[in-house]
Design a protein. Structure first.
Length: 442
């Protein structure tokens, strides 16, 4: 009989949790589970999803031992994998991350610019606490972390928990590859990519099939006209208008450097004036999510609880979930899966800092990721990356040292912020909003 694995999902009250559980159930033949646990520090929020998933699991996979808990010892004892997707401050704080910078005429976004910096400052403490709990109760456990803002979280893990078994990964390259595969009539599994950059800040340099045929020129021709938006995605993913606009904007990103295919998040750095001009400071992406996915997931959960059955009621599985089982399998079965991950550079990009946390293709096996060499990168991208990675390092240093000065420098250096004066005004507003979460800055 195949080995069965024990998993804890940290952030059990997340709207993504049901999709991840459904994805795990769909893949039990590839990745058998004996125990599944949900862990969250918000008992009431988690209970809604926890109860609905308990009903679902009893019906679909009654052999799996299942609990949802706020007790760390119960959650982390005897687990092989921790799937971490936490949101410190929940959507209430995300809304402030987006609206405070917009008040100053600056990009308001969850992971980029001042909003990402604010979110990063909140996330570090909780991420480190999760790693410590995992190591205390299950020292051999691997953490698969896809909590945002992934770049700052990964840098904090590098500095504060150097030897911990934490794999940092993002679903953005996975989602974009899915759209690329639709453009050329392939599946993502048929394609191998070359990619370099930082999290939410990178470029594809090659998209080949298993026979070695290069599709980069063909995809670029499509993106020049339509961005990454495909009708398949619009029809099947029920995509929010803000995401449709983001995928379309990729055509303008490609124009800046037509050699490579860009990550969509570069719009916040290349066209911040456009982004601010097309933002509603009263109704941001956080509001869109709260009125959309948040309501949809929790109403589905309540319906299952009320009816006492999941029969005929489906949680949707988003792209956020589908790559996680491949990563867990790569570790568990030493499959040498090729995946884009966030890792310490260590020469993988030859002309970039060794200690930078970069996002590049890796071969993943039982010992974790082995980064693939990307050679030297052009000056334009290297300079942009150096500016952004320095922002991320300054944020982590500011957190560790409690340094107002370094956080002001981080905001000043961000390509989304026009001046040190504006950076200071935003910082002072963010400090006030984050008093319950940030360390005291001096």
């Amino acid at each position: 009989m195949k080995q069965q694995f024990s998993i804890v999902i940290a952030g059990g009250g997340s709207t993504y949790t049901p999709g991840i559980v459904m994805m795990l159930l769909d893949n039990l033949d590839r990745f058998p589970i004996r125990t599944l646990k949900l862990y969250d520090n918000d008992a009431d929020r988690q209970a809604v999803l926890g109860e609905a998933l308990e009903i679902t699991l009893k019906e679909k996979a009654p052999d799996i031992e299942y609990i949802y808990t706020t007790d760390p010892e119960e959650a982390f004892t005897d687990v092989d994998f921790c799937f971490a997707h936490i949101r410190t401050g929940k959507y209430k704080m995300r809304e402030l991350d987006e609206k405070i910078p917009l008040k100053h005429g600056v990009v308001g976004q969850e992971t980029c610019g001042p909003g990402g910096i604010a979110y990063g400052m909140r996330s570090i403490k909780d991420m480190i606490e999760l790693i410590d709990l995992m190591e205390q109760y299950s020292p051999d456990c691997w953490m698969l972390n896809y909590s945002n803002p992934a770049a700052i979280v990964a840098e904090a893990c590098r500095v504060l928990r150097t030897n911990s078994k934490v794999l940092n990964i993002c679903d953005m390259p996975v989602g974009t590859l899915r759209r690329m595969s639709q453009i050329i009539g392939k599946t993502p599994q048929e394609l191998d990519v070359r990619y370099f950059g930082l999290n939410h800040f990178g470029w594809w340099t090659s998209i080949k099939d298993k026979e070695g045929i290069e599709y980069l020129p063909q995809i670029k021709e499509y993106v020049k006209e339509h961005g990454y938006l495909t009708q398949i995605e619009v029809d099947t993913q029920h995509m929010d208008p803000s995401w449709q606009e983001t995928h379309k904007k990729a055509k303008d990103l490609l124009a800046v450097d037509p050699r490579f295919l860009p990550n969509t998040y570069l719009k916040y750095y290349f066209y911040p004036d456009y982004v601010v001009g097309h933002s509603n400071p009263e109704y941001t992406r956080a509001n869109e999510v709260m009125d959309g996915r948040e309501k949809e997931v929790f109403s589905t959960a309540r319906e299952i609880v009320e009816k006492g059955t999941s029969e005929g009621i489906e949680f949707s599985i988003g792209s956020h979930a589908t790559f996680i089982v491949d990563l867990a399998r790569a570790i568990a079965y030493n499959t040498h899966e090729r995946m884009v991950m966030i890792v310490e550079n260590n020469g993988s990009i030859a002309n970039f800092d060794n200690d930078a946390m970069v996002e590049i293709p890796c071969i993943v096996g039982a010992d974790g990721p082995e980064p693939l060499s990307q050679g030297k990168i052009p000056d334009f991208e290297r300079a942009l990356m150096y500016q952004q990675v320095t922002v991320e390092k300054l944020v982590v240093q500011a957190y560790i040292e409690g340094s107002y000065q370094k956080l002001w420098q981080a905001l000043t250096l961000s390509k989304t912020v026009p001046s040190a004066k504006v950076a200071k005004e935003i910082l002072d507003d963010l400090i006030e909003a984050n008093q319950a979460y940030w360390p005291e800055l001096k």
